[in-house]
Design a protein around this ligand. Sequence first.
Ligand SMILES: C[S@@+](CC[C@H](N)C(=O)[O-])C[C@H]1O[C@@H](n2cnc3c(N)ncnc32)[C@H](O)[C@@H]1O
Length: 229
Amino acid sequence: MPQFSQSRFAAWLQIIVSHRREESGLYAEIAGYLPLDDAERVLDIGTGTGLQLRAIHQLQPSIGLFGIDLSSAAIDAANRAIGDLEPDLKVGSIEKTTCPDDFFNIVTCNSSMSYWDNPLSCFNEIYRILKPGGVVKLFEPHQDIDLEGALDQIRENMADKSPLRRWGAVQLNKYTLERGSKFGLNLYTRNELLELSRTSSFGVNSSVDQVSLLDIPIFVCIHLWKPNP
Ligand SMILES: C[S@@+](CC[C@H](N)C(=O)[O-])C[C@H]1O[C@@H](n2cnc3c(N)ncnc32)[C@H](O)[C@@H]1O
């Protein structure tokens, strides 16, 4: 991943964006997809400022919170934002972690997988650290989207915000979805993601489903699972 995402500027932008996402209810909506009942440990990959973990904690306060991010600036921000929840936050790539085998009940991420340099190795590492019976749900924008429809939905969602703030959100999303490849974003098609999942250690234990988050129709949920022996 290029240097931009590791920069202090990227971390600063991420702090602003992630607080807006939290306020919009995005992280709470994602947490609602996770099978949190009785789960002991959850890992959020590319956790950024860690606010996804806070939304998970709000639904399941007893779950152990773990986060990993390539960017030390992001992990510093996460420690400041959710340090009170005593999460285990690490700087590093999901491609090769120090986590034990069969460790997490749930692995999730929001808008990180499309930045991974070697997604196949990352999926295989997730398989290694996932407990048998565990579930992975990765939420990502994908390539086959109706961009104008998505931007209209963002405008509608932000109808009660100031015109400047609405314009800023639309421009940021438009730029990211159209030009993100300049800073390391690789948007995949749904079929490419399914092929990647099936080629990984998860094999047939995988599906890729289109989902709308906050009614914005640009996401897929990559659903992977590791059966009990
Ligand atoms: C667009 S941000 C999303 C942050 C957060 N999930 C959120 O919703 O606000 C993507 C994050 O993924 C991280 N990232 C990229 N590649 C990674 C990798 N291989 N392993 C762990 N984190 C990674 C980046 O450093 C960045 O913080």
